[in-house]
Design a protein around this ligand. Structure first.
Ligand SMILES: [Zn+2]
Length: 229
């Protein structure tokens, strides 16, 4: 089974008047997001998404750029690492701290999205959103949103799979997951991942052999290891 394939019949692009020209989310997720936007708006926050559904090719592109040093690797605090000083497995772990292995991204499902507070960008149009922890903490541009997500997600259809540091993926205050993502999560097993790594679609992924050797560790530590509802 491959989870990353999109399903056109339920994945239709949803037009949006927001920051991005379209939000590519499953319709149910989109509706839940509109409700959450309304709640956020009452708290003075203009909740918008900067990233929704991402396909396998896009994720592979991110991976390969980072794995070849063409895109900056960050440590747990969002500070740049020196690529030249890292062994291959250190590079893999550094990538996985912030970016999923292609095929394992929750963004492949149409149930997950990254959010910001548009109010700040309206006041600071040249600001470049980085999606790093300090942006959502005290004195960061999205401090209020960080507080809102910390306290106001109870009882809504979203949770934050990366809200705590569990030693795998770094805490991502901005990453929201719809409750329906649980179905995709539960259906994908280690053996699916191993079979997938041996398939033709993965052959041009950088460090594929190293990833195969550590498939179980990667699957458990970076895919299964999430904060649940
Ligand atoms: Zn995300």
């Amino acid at each position: 089974m491959m989870l990353f394939q999109s399903h056109p019949e339920i994945f239709g692009l949803l037009e949006s008047p927001f920051l991005t020209s379209q939000l590519n989310l499953r319709p149910l997720v989109y509706e839940s997001f509109l409700s959450l936007q309304e709640r956020a708006s009452k708290a003075g926050i203009n909740l918008q998404s900067v990233s929704t559904y991402r396909n396998f090719e896009a994720q592979k592109n991110i991976w390969n750029l980072k794995a070849t040093g063409q895109r900056t690797l960050l440590d747990s605090n969002g500070v740049a690492l020196d690529f030249e000083c890292l062994e291959s497995f250190d590079i893999i772990k550094a990538i996985l701290r912030w970016s999923a292995f292609p095929g394992l991204s929750r963004h492949h499902w149409g149930t997950d999205l990254d959010v910001i507070d548009r109010h700040y960008l309206d006041k600071n149009p040249s600001y470049n959103v980085e999606l790093i922890p300090s942006e959502y903490q005290e004195d960061g541009p999205f401090e209020e949103l960080g507080r809102f997500l910390e306290h106001e997600l109870n009882g809504c259809d979203f949770f934050r799979p990366y809200q705590d540091d569990r030693g795998g993926v770094a805490p991502e205050a901005w990453h929201l997951s719809h409750v329906s993502s649980v179905d995709y999560f539960k259906e994908y097993h280690l053996q699916d991942f191993i079979d997938f790594l041996n398939g033709p679609i993965c052959q041009d992924i950088v460090f594929l052999e190293e990833v195969k050797e550590s498939a179980e560790f990667i699957f458990k530590n970076y895919f299964q290891n999430i904060s649940h509802l």
